[in-house]
Design a protein around this ligand. Structure first.
Ligand code: UDP
Ligand code: MN
Length: 260
C-alpha cells in the first residue's frame, strides 16, 4: 500500500514559520505518517533548510513556470495564485491518502486516526457551518481530480477569493451527502470560537486536537517575550493567550534554535 502523508503549504517565510511549528507538533505527537510541505519560490534558502530537517519531503511548487495546466489556469485567474498552489496537493500521487493542514494550524494530540476517513472529510466552517473549512481536510491525490479542480477554478472562480470557496463549490454536496465526512470541530478548532461561542469553548476547548489560527492575525504576527513567556499584541491576543502561547512556546523552544 502506498504511503500516507500530512501535507501543508508555505509560499513565503512567514507561513514557513507556521509550517515548521505544525511539522514539529505532528512529530512531537508521534505521527507515523510522512510529512510533506509544498513551498513557493519565495521561501528563503534558510527557511528551506529548516523545513528539510522537519519534513520528509519539501516540494517546490512554482505555478508560474510549471508550463502545465495550472499555468494556463493561472493566466486566466491571476487572482487565485495561492489557491492554485494549494490545489497542487492533489498531484502527490505517490501517496494513497493525505490530510492537508493549513500552515496556521497546530496539532495538540495525535490525529493519525484521521486516515481512517475518506476524501473531503473536513470540519464545518465556524462562519458558515454548511461549508467545510479548508484548513484541515482529507484527500486522495489524483491527477484526474486535480485537472477537474483546475477546470472548475478557471470556469467558476472562487466565491470567497480563496481555496475554501473553490473546494466548497467543487465538493458542493459536503453539507448533506455523508455525515462520515463531517469531522468533529475538535480537528479544526478555530480560535475565533472563543468569541463566537465562549461557553462551548470553555466546555469542549480542552478536547481540541487541532487548533487553527484562522483570520488576519497569525501567531507570527505577534511579538513574544521568551523570558516572561508572554505574547504582546492587540486585545485579541490577551483573550486567547493559552493557544497563542502554546504556538510560541513550541516555536521558541524547538524552531528558533534550528534557524540559527
Ligand atoms: N498560504 C500561503 N501563503 C499565503 C497565504 C496562504 O502559503 O500568502 C497558505 C498557508 O498554508 C495558509 C493557507 O494557505 O495556512 C490558507 O491561508 P490562511 O491560513 O491565511 O487562511 P485562513 O485560514 O485565515 O482563512
Ligand atoms: Mn488557515
Amino acid at each position: 500500500m502506498a504511503e500516507q502523508a500530512f501535507v501543508t503549504l508555505a509560499t513565503n517565510d512567514s507561513y514557513a514559520r507556521g509550517a515548521m511549528v505544525l511539522g514539529k507538533s505532528l512529530r512531537n505527537h508521534k505521527t507515523s505518517k510522512k510529512l510533506v510541505v509544498l513551498i513557493g519560490p519565495h521561501v528563503s534558502d534558510q527557511a528551506r533548510a529548516v523545513l528539510h530537517k522537519i519534513f520528509d519531503e519539501v516540494r517546490l511548487v512554482n505555478v508560474l513556470d510549471s508550463g502545465d495546466t495550472a499555468h494556463l489556469a493561472m493566466m486566466k485567474r491571476p487572482d487565485l495564485g495561492v489557491t492554485f498552489t494549494k490545489l497542487h496537493c492533489w498531484t502527490l500521487t505517490h501517496y494513497s491518502k493525505c490530510v492537508f493542514m493549513d500552515a496556521d494550524t497546530l496539532v495538540v494530540s495525535n490525529i493519525d486516526e484521521l486516515f481512517d476517513r475518506e476524501e473531503r472529510s473536513a470540519a464545518p466552517d465556524p462562519g458558515w457551518p454548511d461549508c467545510f473549512n479548508s484548513g484541515v481536510f482529507m484527500f486522495r491525490p489524483s491527477n484526474e481530480t486535480y485537472g477537474k479542480l483546475l477546470q472548475y477554478c478557471t470556469e467558476h472562480g472562487s466565491f470567497d477569493g480563496g481555496d475554501q470557496g473553490v473546494l466548497n463549490g467543487f465538493f458542493s454536496d459536503w453539507a448533506t451527502a455523508d455525515i462520515n465526512k463531517h469531522l468533529p470541530f475538535i480537528y479544526n478548532m478555530s480560535s475565533i470560537a472563543i468569541y463566537t461561542y465562549l461557553p462551548a469553548f470553555k466546555q469542549y476547548g480542552a478536547n481540541a486536537k487541532v487548533v487553527h489560527f484562522l483570520g488576519q492575525m497569525k501567531p507570527w504576527s505577534y511579538t513574544y517575550n521568551p523570558t516572561q513567556r508572554g505574547v504582546r499584541g492587540d486585545a485579541q491576543a490577551s483573550s486567547q493567550p493559552g493557544l497563542l502561547l502554546q504556538w510560541w512556546a513550541l516555536y521558541s523552544a524547538e524552531v528558533v534554535p534550528m534557524l540559527i
